[in-house]
Design a protein around this ligand. Structure first.
Ligand SMILES: Nc1ncnc2c1ncn2[C@@H]1O[C@H](COP(=O)(O)OP(=O)(O)O)[C@@H](O)[C@H]1O
Ligand SMILES: [Mg+2]
Length: 232
Protein backbone atom coordinates (compact mmCIF):
# COMPACT_ATOMS: atom_id res chain seq x y z
CA UNK A 1 0.00 0.00 0.00
CA UNK A 2 2.73 2.45 1.05
CA UNK A 3 6.49 2.11 0.76
CA UNK A 4 9.05 4.69 1.88
CA UNK A 5 12.73 4.15 1.09
CA UNK A 6 15.37 6.50 2.51
CA UNK A 7 12.93 9.38 2.44
CA UNK A 8 14.07 12.79 3.64
CA UNK A 9 12.21 16.08 3.71
CA UNK A 10 12.97 19.69 4.58
CA UNK A 11 10.91 22.86 4.36
CA UNK A 12 12.63 25.34 2.07
CA UNK A 13 16.22 25.80 3.17
CA UNK A 14 15.51 24.68 6.75
CA UNK A 15 17.02 21.63 8.40
CA UNK A 16 15.78 18.16 7.49
CA UNK A 17 12.58 17.43 9.40
CA UNK A 18 12.58 13.81 8.25
CA UNK A 19 15.96 12.35 7.44
CA UNK A 20 15.85 8.63 6.67
CA UNK A 21 12.36 7.18 6.73
CA UNK A 22 11.93 3.54 5.73
CA UNK A 23 8.76 1.52 6.10
CA UNK A 24 6.15 -0.55 4.37
CA UNK A 25 2.45 -0.51 5.24
CA UNK A 26 0.46 -3.53 4.11
CA UNK A 27 -3.07 -3.10 2.77
CA UNK A 28 -5.61 -3.45 5.58
CA UNK A 29 -3.15 -2.53 8.35
CA UNK A 30 -3.95 -0.11 11.19
CA UNK A 31 -1.12 1.93 12.75
CA UNK A 32 -0.71 4.73 15.19
CA UNK A 33 1.90 7.32 14.23
CA UNK A 34 3.42 8.86 17.31
CA UNK A 35 6.36 10.86 18.60
CA UNK A 36 6.82 14.10 20.52
CA UNK A 37 5.42 17.39 19.27
CA UNK A 38 7.60 18.65 16.41
CA UNK A 39 8.87 15.13 15.60
CA UNK A 40 7.39 15.33 12.10
CA UNK A 41 4.08 13.45 12.34
CA UNK A 42 2.16 16.03 10.32
CA UNK A 43 5.02 16.30 7.83
CA UNK A 44 5.00 12.53 7.28
CA UNK A 45 1.21 12.59 6.90
CA UNK A 46 1.60 15.28 4.23
CA UNK A 47 4.02 13.06 2.32
CA UNK A 48 1.61 10.12 2.53
CA UNK A 49 -1.24 12.30 1.33
CA UNK A 50 0.97 13.48 -1.55
CA UNK A 51 0.51 17.03 -0.34
CA UNK A 52 4.29 17.52 -0.48
CA UNK A 53 7.16 15.88 -2.28
CA UNK A 54 10.11 14.40 -0.44
CA UNK A 55 13.48 16.11 -0.76
CA UNK A 56 15.05 12.72 -1.37
CA UNK A 57 14.22 9.03 -1.34
CA UNK A 58 11.49 6.95 -2.95
CA UNK A 59 7.81 6.83 -2.10
CA UNK A 60 5.44 4.39 -3.67
CA UNK A 61 1.70 4.36 -3.06
CA UNK A 62 -0.75 1.79 -4.39
CA UNK A 63 2.22 0.13 -6.15
CA UNK A 64 3.12 3.27 -8.08
CA UNK A 65 6.31 5.24 -7.69
CA UNK A 66 4.95 8.70 -6.98
CA UNK A 67 8.19 10.58 -7.60
CA UNK A 68 7.68 10.64 -11.34
CA UNK A 69 3.90 10.58 -11.64
CA UNK A 70 2.18 13.36 -13.53
CA UNK A 71 -0.39 15.59 -11.84
CA UNK A 72 -3.51 13.88 -13.15
CA UNK A 73 -2.29 10.52 -11.86
CA UNK A 74 -1.36 11.97 -8.49
CA UNK A 75 -4.87 13.43 -8.26
CA UNK A 76 -6.35 10.03 -9.04
CA UNK A 77 -4.32 8.42 -6.24
CA UNK A 78 -5.29 11.21 -3.86
CA UNK A 79 -8.97 10.48 -4.46
CA UNK A 80 -8.48 7.08 -2.85
CA UNK A 81 -7.12 8.68 0.31
CA UNK A 82 -9.28 10.14 3.08
CA UNK A 83 -7.55 12.75 5.22
CA UNK A 84 -8.40 14.38 8.52
CA UNK A 85 -6.12 17.39 8.81
CA UNK A 86 -4.96 18.55 12.20
CA UNK A 87 -6.53 21.95 11.49
CA UNK A 88 -9.61 20.38 9.78
CA UNK A 89 -9.49 22.48 6.57
CA UNK A 90 -13.27 22.60 6.18
CA UNK A 91 -14.60 24.84 3.44
CA UNK A 92 -15.93 27.88 5.35
CA UNK A 93 -18.70 28.80 2.91
CA UNK A 94 -20.19 25.28 2.84
CA UNK A 95 -22.52 23.81 5.48
CA UNK A 96 -21.50 20.75 7.49
CA UNK A 97 -23.69 18.68 5.14
CA UNK A 98 -22.09 20.08 1.99
CA UNK A 99 -18.56 19.69 3.36
CA UNK A 100 -19.21 16.00 4.00
CA UNK A 101 -21.04 15.55 0.68
CA UNK A 102 -18.16 17.02 -1.31
CA UNK A 103 -16.11 13.84 -1.88
CA UNK A 104 -19.22 12.00 -3.08
CA UNK A 105 -20.13 14.86 -5.40
CA UNK A 106 -16.62 14.79 -6.85
CA UNK A 107 -17.12 11.07 -7.47
CA UNK A 108 -20.38 11.90 -9.26
CA UNK A 109 -22.66 9.84 -7.01
CA UNK A 110 -26.43 10.35 -7.36
CA UNK A 111 -27.80 13.12 -5.16
CA UNK A 112 -30.32 10.84 -3.42
CA UNK A 113 -27.61 8.42 -2.36
CA UNK A 114 -25.50 11.36 -1.19
CA UNK A 115 -28.35 12.72 0.91
CA UNK A 116 -28.98 9.37 2.61
CA UNK A 117 -25.34 8.60 3.32
CA UNK A 118 -24.41 12.05 4.57
CA UNK A 119 -27.51 12.30 6.78
CA UNK A 120 -26.83 8.92 8.30
CA UNK A 121 -23.17 9.58 9.00
CA UNK A 122 -23.74 13.06 10.45
CA UNK A 123 -26.47 11.64 12.72
CA UNK A 124 -24.09 8.92 13.79
CA UNK A 125 -21.33 11.32 14.79
CA UNK A 126 -23.88 13.32 16.79
CA UNK A 127 -24.27 16.23 14.38
CA UNK A 128 -27.84 15.56 13.22
CA UNK A 129 -28.94 18.99 14.41
CA UNK A 130 -26.05 20.82 12.77
CA UNK A 131 -26.22 19.69 9.15
CA UNK A 132 -26.95 23.19 7.87
CA UNK A 133 -24.44 24.94 10.12
CA UNK A 134 -21.40 26.67 8.70
CA UNK A 135 -18.08 25.42 10.15
CA UNK A 136 -17.29 28.67 11.97
CA UNK A 137 -20.50 28.42 14.00
CA UNK A 138 -19.46 24.98 15.30
CA UNK A 139 -17.19 24.15 18.23
CA UNK A 140 -13.70 22.72 17.60
CA UNK A 141 -14.88 19.20 18.47
CA UNK A 142 -17.87 19.50 16.16
CA UNK A 143 -15.72 20.77 13.29
CA UNK A 144 -13.39 17.85 13.86
CA UNK A 145 -16.30 15.42 13.55
CA UNK A 146 -17.34 17.06 10.28
CA UNK A 147 -13.76 16.66 9.04
CA UNK A 148 -13.74 13.00 10.04
CA UNK A 149 -17.11 12.37 8.38
CA UNK A 150 -15.81 14.01 5.19
CA UNK A 151 -12.69 11.83 5.26
CA UNK A 152 -14.57 8.54 5.62
CA UNK A 153 -17.76 9.14 3.61
CA UNK A 154 -16.24 7.86 0.35
CA UNK A 155 -14.86 4.68 2.00
CA UNK A 156 -11.26 5.51 1.10
CA UNK A 157 -8.65 2.80 0.55
CA UNK A 158 -6.33 4.69 2.86
CA UNK A 159 -7.36 6.89 5.78
CA UNK A 160 -4.86 9.33 7.28
CA UNK A 161 -6.03 11.12 10.40
CA UNK A 162 -3.87 13.71 12.15
CA UNK A 163 -4.70 13.90 15.88
CA UNK A 164 -8.35 13.06 15.12
CA UNK A 165 -9.48 12.70 18.71
CA UNK A 166 -7.61 15.71 20.03
CA UNK A 167 -10.68 17.87 20.60
CA UNK A 168 -13.16 15.17 21.46
CA UNK A 169 -14.38 14.03 24.83
CA UNK A 170 -14.01 10.37 25.70
CA UNK A 171 -17.36 9.03 24.57
CA UNK A 172 -17.39 10.58 21.14
CA UNK A 173 -13.67 9.81 20.76
CA UNK A 174 -14.42 6.14 21.40
CA UNK A 175 -17.29 6.21 18.96
CA UNK A 176 -14.99 7.59 16.27
CA UNK A 177 -12.33 4.98 17.01
CA UNK A 178 -15.06 2.37 16.50
CA UNK A 179 -15.91 4.02 13.20
CA UNK A 180 -12.25 3.72 12.15
CA UNK A 181 -12.23 0.06 13.26
CA UNK A 182 -15.31 -0.71 11.18
CA UNK A 183 -13.77 0.95 8.17
CA UNK A 184 -10.56 -1.01 8.74
CA UNK A 185 -12.50 -4.28 8.88
CA UNK A 186 -13.97 -3.41 5.49
CA UNK A 187 -10.42 -3.12 4.15
CA UNK A 188 -9.34 0.49 4.63
CA UNK A 189 -5.69 0.92 5.61
CA UNK A 190 -5.45 3.38 8.49
CA UNK A 191 -2.78 5.62 9.99
CA UNK A 192 -3.71 7.78 12.98
CA UNK A 193 -1.20 10.34 14.18
CA UNK A 194 -1.54 10.89 17.90
CA UNK A 195 0.50 11.87 20.91
CA UNK A 196 -2.16 10.47 23.25
CA UNK A 197 -0.75 7.62 25.30
CA UNK A 198 -4.25 7.02 26.63
CA UNK A 199 -5.60 6.39 23.12
CA UNK A 200 -2.73 4.10 22.15
CA UNK A 201 -3.05 2.09 25.36
CA UNK A 202 -6.73 1.52 24.71
CA UNK A 203 -6.29 0.10 21.22
CA UNK A 204 -3.61 -2.40 20.39
CA UNK A 205 -2.46 -1.22 17.03
CA UNK A 206 1.24 -1.24 16.12
CA UNK A 207 2.98 2.09 16.53
CA UNK A 208 5.11 3.98 14.08
CA UNK A 209 7.35 6.06 16.32
CA UNK A 210 9.07 9.17 14.98
CA UNK A 211 12.18 10.58 16.61
CA UNK A 212 15.34 12.28 15.35
CA UNK A 213 14.00 12.28 11.80
CA UNK A 214 13.69 8.51 11.60
CA UNK A 215 10.94 6.00 12.19
CA UNK A 216 10.62 2.71 14.06
CA UNK A 217 7.61 0.43 14.05
CA UNK A 218 6.74 -1.19 17.38
CA UNK A 219 3.95 -3.63 17.91
CA UNK A 220 2.44 -4.26 21.34
CA UNK A 221 3.76 -7.52 22.81
CA UNK A 222 0.68 -9.70 22.55
CA UNK A 223 -0.03 -8.28 19.11
CA UNK A 224 3.28 -9.72 17.89
CA UNK A 225 2.47 -13.07 19.50
CA UNK A 226 -0.93 -13.12 17.82
CA UNK A 227 0.69 -12.33 14.47
CA UNK A 228 3.39 -14.97 14.90
CA UNK A 229 0.77 -17.56 15.74
CA UNK A 230 -1.03 -16.58 12.57
CA UNK A 231 2.10 -16.95 10.45
CA UNK A 232 3.62 -20.20 11.71
N1 LIG B 1 5.17 24.60 6.77
C1 LIG B 1 6.29 24.49 7.48
N2 LIG B 1 7.37 25.28 7.21
C2 LIG B 1 8.51 25.18 7.91
N3 LIG B 1 8.71 24.32 8.93
C3 LIG B 1 7.69 23.51 9.26
C4 LIG B 1 6.43 23.55 8.55
N4 LIG B 1 5.61 22.62 9.10
C5 LIG B 1 6.32 22.04 10.09
N5 LIG B 1 7.57 22.55 10.18
C6 LIG B 1 8.61 22.13 11.13
O1 LIG B 1 8.83 20.75 10.95
C7 LIG B 1 9.04 20.09 12.19
C8 LIG B 1 8.04 18.96 12.33
O2 LIG B 1 6.74 19.50 12.43
P1 LIG B 1 5.42 18.63 12.34
O3 LIG B 1 5.52 17.74 11.15
O4 LIG B 1 4.27 19.56 12.41
O5 LIG B 1 5.54 17.75 13.67
P2 LIG B 1 4.41 17.10 14.61
O6 LIG B 1 3.17 16.95 13.77
O7 LIG B 1 5.00 15.78 15.02
O8 LIG B 1 4.22 17.99 15.77
C9 LIG B 1 8.92 21.15 13.28
O9 LIG B 1 10.22 21.56 13.61
C10 LIG B 1 8.17 22.26 12.58
O10 LIG B 1 8.52 23.52 13.12
MG1 LIG C 1 1.22 17.57 14.01
Amino acid sequence: MIKFEHVGMRYGVGPEVLSDINFILEPGSFHFLTGPSGAGKTSLMNLMFLGRKPTRGLISMFDQNINDLERAKLARIRRRIGVVFQEFRLLPHLSAFDNVALPLRILGRPEREIRNNVNELLEWVGLGDYMKSLPLTLSGGQQQRVAIARAVIGRPKLLLADEPTGNLDDEIGLRLMNLFDQLNRMGTTIVIATHSQHLMDKFEHPRMVLGDGTLKINAPKNWIQKKIKGVF
